[in-house]
Design a protein. Structure first.
Length: 297
């Protein structure tokens, strides 16, 4: 089977074609998905992406999903994981009600869930207020954070504590990062000279918000199913982290760890199917619409 993992980050498997704009492991293909998926029509049995879709501007999301549709074989499966807006909203209401009833523990949880809702949308620097919260010592509701964002949260907190203790290793790709940092500082100085301090800030914030860290949209089980249908998929279904139409899904450890823990517990997992018997003309028609939606082929 041909299995494709888009925007894989650090979660990839050698049995899959793994693609990311900044590869973090051997065999991962370097590619900017805003330029489309670098595979042929009807070539893949399954396409998977986790916590990628919310980073794509909403008008361009349909183009990206149509690219996933294009590369799938008829009968193939798309699997999507995104932050679950419905669960965030329900947790927010629960913690709000408890906070208004003077529940001190709920008030800490309320502070975190507000960050989940808004910080990654409005932040103007890497990590935003969420990173500042995780630098608290002690973190007042650490178990709740692990419940919400799982192993990702644990790694973030461990990284903060390691840096505080002076034991953090040099980040991978440090030399290239230093070069980028130097280029950015030179750009900011040039902007300050030409445009003044306001112009410098505008360029700095604008560049950050286009780099892909911020959330551009949020999805729930209704809106994600509607997006899948709009792209041409049928039978959108909510799944668990371990449940899938993709054969041997759990063995790949993409949504789970080897011990069974969910990598991103705050996720909504959904799958849909490319219809059997779809005509090549229909695939070509959907592909031609990609450019109109902001995703270049």
């Amino acid at each position: 089977m041909t299995l494709v993992n888009l925007g894989c980050g650090s979660h990839y498997h050698p049995d899959w074609i793994n693609i990311d704009i900044a590869p973090l492991g051997p065999g991962v293909i370097a590619h900017d998905l805003s330029r489309g998926v670098p595979l042929g029509d009807n070539t893949s049995d399954a396409v998977y992406h986790s916590h990628v879709l919310e980073h794509i501007r909403r008008p361009e999301a349909i183009g990206f999903m149509r690219e996933c549709f294009r590369v799938l074989k008829p009968g193939g499966t798309i699997r999507v994981a995104v932050p679950d807006l419905e669960r965030i909203a329900r947790t927010y209401i629960e913690k709000l009600d408890a906070s208004l009833a003077d529940d001190a523990r709920a008030q800490d949880d309320y502070a975190w869930i507000m960050l989940e809702m808004y910080d990654q949308t409005v932040r103007e620097r890497s990590g935003g207020m969420m990173a500042s919260y995780l630098r608290s010592e002690p973190i007042p509701n650490e178990p709740f954070i692990y419940e919400r964002i799982g192993e990702e949260g644990r790694k973030m907190i461990e990284g903060v504590r390691s840096r505080r203790a002076g034991g953090a290793p040099a980040p991978a790709g440090g030399a290239s990062r230093q070069v980028r940092s130097l280029v950015e500082r030179l750009r900011e100085r040039a902007a300050a000279m030409l445009l003044g301090s306001d112009g410098k800030r505008i360029i700095s914030v604008g560049r950050f918000r286009l780099e892909g860290e911020v959330h551009q949209w949020m999805y729930d089980r209704y809106s994600l199913a509607e997006l899948m249908r709009e792209a041409g998929f049928i039978d959108p279904q909510q799944r668990s982290a371990t449940e899938s139409r993709i054969p041997s899904w759990s063995s790949f450890n993409l949504d789970t760890l080897p011990d069974g823990a969910i990598v991103k517990p705050d996720s909504l997992f959904m799958e849909a199917v490319k219809p059997e018997g779809i005509q090549k003309e229909e695939v070509d028609s959907r592909s031609s619409m990609v450019g109109e939606k902001g995703i270049q082929k």
